[in-house]
Write a protein that binds this ligand. Structure first.
Ligand code: NAI
Length: 251
């Protein structure tokens, strides 16, 4: 018996990185998992590798209302329901304020905030009708401010307010809404940051490990373990919270 037997989970931006790690953990614990990402081929390839009894890859742009509605309807129809939504899709467009373009600002706010809003609004219908649902949003330690990330920091702080508000609105309908704020996690996103800073990826990871209280960087599995707890029934009295999974980096 797995904690997620009989559950259907959507993880956005799950073709790779943290999302793929969360999708894998849900599948290992018995869930049917829908991997949503921009490219349906990549989403399907990741879904096929999860080893789940039922998995589905869906091409979806979380900033596009019609794409989101189609994707959620398809998951409910093909996987037989919906119980868990993880709003994980994300991008960075880092720059100091004086160099940040309107496009950089809009793109980042769009994926993290508009995306989480559209996905949550589409999923809540099923959740409220069945009086059961779990929403997990990906925030970041950058919510507390990070040089060069005015757009990303604002978006990730916004995610925390969005989380608390959905928890207030949906609690009476059996829906828990929480967030995880990761610290440095080794993925393409942080490797891209290293390249943008013209640093060697391994050296960038080593320096981040050295600066961390527990002297290591994080991996998608670290976030997946926390996600699997927060979206489980063991956590049904936990809602509106943001859990920092960062090796203590925030303190
Ligand atoms: P990643 O860049 O490896 O993966 C992000 C995925 O989101 C990609 O597969 C991408 O195609 C997808 N995506 C981007 N825009 C999309 C859209 N409009 N619609 C659907 N999918 C879209 O990133 P990573 O590191 O796995 O990050 C996952 C989440 O965790 C993001 O929300 C990120 O901001 C957050 N996070 C990551 C940290 C890290 O150190 N890697 C730290 C804190 C938060």
């Amino acid at each position: 018996m797995g904690r997620y037997d009989g559950r259907v989970a959507i993880v956005t931006g799950a073709a790779r990185g943290i999302g793929a790690g969360i999708a894998k953990r849900f599948a290992d614990e018995g869930a049917a998992v829908a991997v949503l990402d921009l490219d349906e081929g990549q989403a399907s390839a990741t879904a096929g590798g999860l080893g789940a009894a039922k998995a589905l890859g869906v091409g979806c742009n979380v900033t596009d209302e019609a794409s989101v509605q189609d994707a959620v309807a398809r998951v409910v129809a093909e996987l037989g329901g919906l119980h868990v939504l993880v709003n994980n899709a994300g991008i960075t467009r880092d720059n100091l304020l004086f160099k940040m373009t309107v496009d950089d600002w809009d793109a980042v706010l769009g994926v993290h905030l508009r995306g989480a809003f559209l996905m949550s609004r589409a999923a809540q219908k099923t959740f409220v009708e069945q009086k059961y649902g779990k929403i997990l949003n990906l925030s970041s330690v950058s919510a507390n401010g990070n040089r060069g990330q005015a757009n990303y920091s604002a978006a990730k702080a916004g995610v925390q307010g969005f989380t608390r508000t959905l928890a207030l609105e949906l609690g009476a309908f059996g829906v828990n809404v929480n967030a995880i704020a990761p610290g440095f996690i080794a993925t393409e996103m942080t490797d891209d940051t290293a390249r943008r800073l013209k640093m060697d990826v391994d050296e960038f990871r080593r320096l981040n490990a050295e600066a961390n209280p527990v002297k290591r960087i994080g991996h998608p599995e670290d976030i997946a373990a926390a996600a699997a707890f927060l979206c489980s029934d063991e956590a049904s009295y936990i809602t509106g919270q943001t859990l920092y999974v960062d090796g203590g980096a925030k303190i």
